[in-house]
Design a binder for this molecule. Structure first.
Ligand SMILES: [Fe+2]
Length: 420
């Protein structure tokens, strides 16, 4: 790859001007935007109605897959189809419950032993900006033994590979990533104690906001949609996704292409205790992208999108989508949760939370040049116990005792660092 394309692009100086120019150009390509939008809205409406019916009948909308079936390659075809349709899944028993609870205890020991409470200097970023949210209890900890053990485990690799295979990684005459190899993408942990009252986190999507309209690479990702062919648009087509480099600056930037975002539960969590929700319709992104092109949105506006913040989903512009909001089912420690990288998600509010709400964020970052490049930079930070480049430079763990060390890497862990 030409290294010039691997640099994060700069935000346009005149964003309103760039948005206006983009809208003019897209309308020329698309013809009658309202006709295409109506087609998208009709599809979304049928999916929303199906979700509402399922919810009313008490069935889980989130596909629930048993880890043993993934490991044995015996996931029923109906469940595979459900994951493809909903773009999300719960993996039951991904890790034994006792092992996950053990990890949870180890994490507490790790932060207490290193006096994190007194070292903590407050949030290092303003990731969620203006979303109606109180801040979740995120710890900027990356290199604990539990996190690294989970990341380099066979169970994690098995599920990551299973999920990668939902994507068409070969298209347009190119192989976009290797579904059976994964790169390290170190992320943080969340620990939310019993008794928490939290406003949750408003619905949004990750992996670029303005970028999804303005960057040439994203315009290629959405080429079918932006040429007016919703019928040919496939949210699972990986083409050009690995060529997207988000705007530099800000801490919402993700340097990797994640096929799925995900976390592993380190405590049991009941579905009514302020848990994650998604709008389980991968093609909802088509609605999000086309909505600002309609006449009732100001020419310079993208339905509330701002630079360096996540893409907000609002009642004002996206009420149809929000009807599909679906909480995860009850989970146990050791289960994992996964959602497609375009998917709307957020965290439900809670009053006086019962039980803990503890997770390790571990996404799927399949092997491709972009992800390998980032993993290689993480390898350096891993050795020094520093925060990875996509996160605020807090570096709490540099001198911590009990940090996971390079000698503890297994073969899979070494490969995931993509070093050398
Ligand atoms: Fe998010």
């Amino acid at each position: 790859m030409n290294t010039a394309t691997a640099m994060p692009p700069k935000l346009p100086d005149d964003i309103p001007g760039a948005v206006r120019a983009m809208k003019t150009e897209l309308r020329q390509h698309m013809g009658d935007v309202q006709v295409v939008f109506d087609e998208v809205a009709a599809f979304i409406t049928s999916e929303v109605e199906d979700i509402e019916q399922r919810q009313a009948s008490g069935e889980s909308v989130w596909p629930i897959i048993d880890y043993r079936d993934i490991a044995a390659g015996t996931v029923p075809a109906t469940q595979m189809e459900e994951v493809r349709r909903r773009g999300c899944a719960v993996v039951r028993g991904h890790f034994p419950r006792e092992a996950a609870l053990d990890w949870d205890r180890s994490l507490v020991e790790y932060v207490e032993r290193n006096d994190f409470d007194n070292q903590y200097r407050g949030p290092g970023d303003n990731f969620f900006g203006t979303l109606t949210a109180s801040r979740p209890e995120i710890y900027p900890i990356y290199w604990s033994r539990p996190q690294m053990e989970a990341r380099q485990s066979e169970q994690m690799a098995t599920v990551q590979s299973f999920l990668n295979h939902f994507w068409h990684y070969r298209s347009e005459g190119k192989v976009w990533f290797d579904p059976d190899s994964n790169c390290l993408y170190p992320d943080r942990i969340r620990r939310r104690p019993p008794g928490t009252t939290s406003g949750g986190l408003g619905p949004h999507t990750d992996s670029g906001a303005l970028e999804r309209w303005l960057l040439p690479a994203y315009q290629r990702v959405f080429r079918r949609l932006f040429s007016g062919h919703f019928d040919a648009y496939d949210p699972w087509d990986a083409a050009y996704r690995t060529e997207v480099y988000e705007y530099e600056g800000g801490t919402t930037m993700c340097s990797a292409f994640r096929t799925f975002q995900g976390w592993t539960a380190l405590s049991d969590m009941a579905n009514n205790q302020g848990v994650l929700f998604t709008v389980p319709i991968p093609a909802a992104m088509a609605y999000i992208l086309l909505r600002p092109l309609l006449d009732d949105v100001a020419e310079h506006d993208l339905c509330g999108v701002s630079p360096r913040l996540v893409l907000p989903i609002s009642e004002q512009w996206h009420s149809l989508l929000l009807r599909g909001k679906t909480l995860i089912p009850d989970v146990q420690a050791g289960d994992s949760i996964w959602w497609h990288c375009d998917m709307i998600h957020g965290v439900e509010k809670v009053t006086d939370q019962q039980g803990w709400g503890n997770v390790m964020y571990i996404p799927v970052s399949p092997l491709c040049e972009k992800n390998a490049e980032y993993a290689e930079s993480c390898a350096h930070h891993f050795e020094l116990g520093e925060s990875p480049d996509d996160f605020p430079s807090e570096h709490y763990e540099k001198d911590w005792q009990g940090r996971f060390m390079p000698a503890q890497l297994n073969e899979r862990g070494r490969q995931s660092l993509c070093a050398g």
